[in-house]
Design a protein around this ligand. Structure first.
Ligand SMILES: C[S@@+](CC[C@H](N)C(=O)[O-])C[C@H]1O[C@@H](n2cnc3c(N)ncnc32)[C@H](O)[C@@H]1O
Length: 234
């Protein structure tokens, strides 16, 4: 075997090993077959296990340079920072928070290096942004904090703020996989989908984030599904 083929073989083995860790299937597009009983277990510790799957989440978001995002309940700005890098200096990430101290913290975090990330105090019942301005509304662990009788109205508000081709992405802990106090900080993907449909959003994809008990749900505006399949010519 010459050096070229030895190098190619080594590369192939490395890709296979890195791409398929034993017992932990990658997300989205891969098989959902359960080959071992620990496969669906939560293996990532800490309060924000889904942050460790940020590569997967960012791939799902598929942000492009110049995109405009609103990160609702941006907290410490961890996701806003990542999304700010993805949209680049020509894009914007509106990092909305109801807590002034969190906004102050984010302003420090973004500093001068991420001017596209704009931390601001938002109202509790909306983003405070103008109509038709965002490509993506992102709510990571915030949806369950919204006023409990106000979810439909909030999602309707997002329909006006998000461009017709834009999306809403929600990450929450799966309530059926939560116990005790965790349940107060979880949500049902089924209920979320039902509420979003009432507000005019259609679920495009929802899945558990492997290694966590959190799910990601991605919605698009109902009008995007309006066209019929073309008539088949005989
Ligand atoms: C659990 S933290 C999530 C932080 C961040 N999104 C993340 O996933 O790392 C929830 C955040 O939502 C904020 N929040 C609560 N109600 C809100 C509302 N109505 N609008 C915007 N943010 C809200 C809280 O202040 C808190 O920082």
């Amino acid at each position: 075997m010459n050096n070229h083929w030895r190098w190619m073989l080594g590369l192939t083995v490395a890709v296979l090993l890195l791409g398929m860790p034993a017992g932990a299937p990658a997300d989205s597009g891969d098989s959902t077959r359960i080959d071992n009983e620990k496969q669906q277990a939560c293996t990532i510790a800490g309060g924000y296990p889904y942050r460790e799957k940020s590569d997967y989440v960012l791939k799902e978001l598929d942000l492009k340079p110049g995109d405009v995002v609103v990160d609702i309940g941006a907290g410490d700005g961890w996701w806003s920072e990542k999304m700010g890098q993805a949209v680049g200096p020509e894009g914007v990430v509106h990092a909305g928070e109801v807590a002034q101290d969190k906004v102050d913290g984010m302003k420090k975090r973004f500093g001068e290096s991420l001017p596209q990330c704009k931390a601001y105090v938002c109202p509790t019942d909306g983003t405070g942004l103008e109509e038709n301005t965002c490509d993506l509304a992102f709510l990571s662990k915030t949806y369950h904090h919204l006023n409990h009788d106000g979810h439909v109205d909030y999602l309707r508000h997002l329909r006006s703020v998000v461009k017709p081709t834009g999306r809403v992405v929600v990450i929450e802990r799966h309530i059926a996989l939560s116990e005790g106090r965790q349940r107060e900080h979880g949500w049902s993907p089924g209920l979320l989908t039902q509420t979003a449909e009432e507000a005019g959003w259609i679920l495009v994809r929802s899945e558990l984030i492997t290694g966590t008990h959190h799910f990601i749900a991605i919605f698009a505006q109902k009008e995007m599904f309006a066209s019929k399949a073309p008539e088949k010519k005989e």
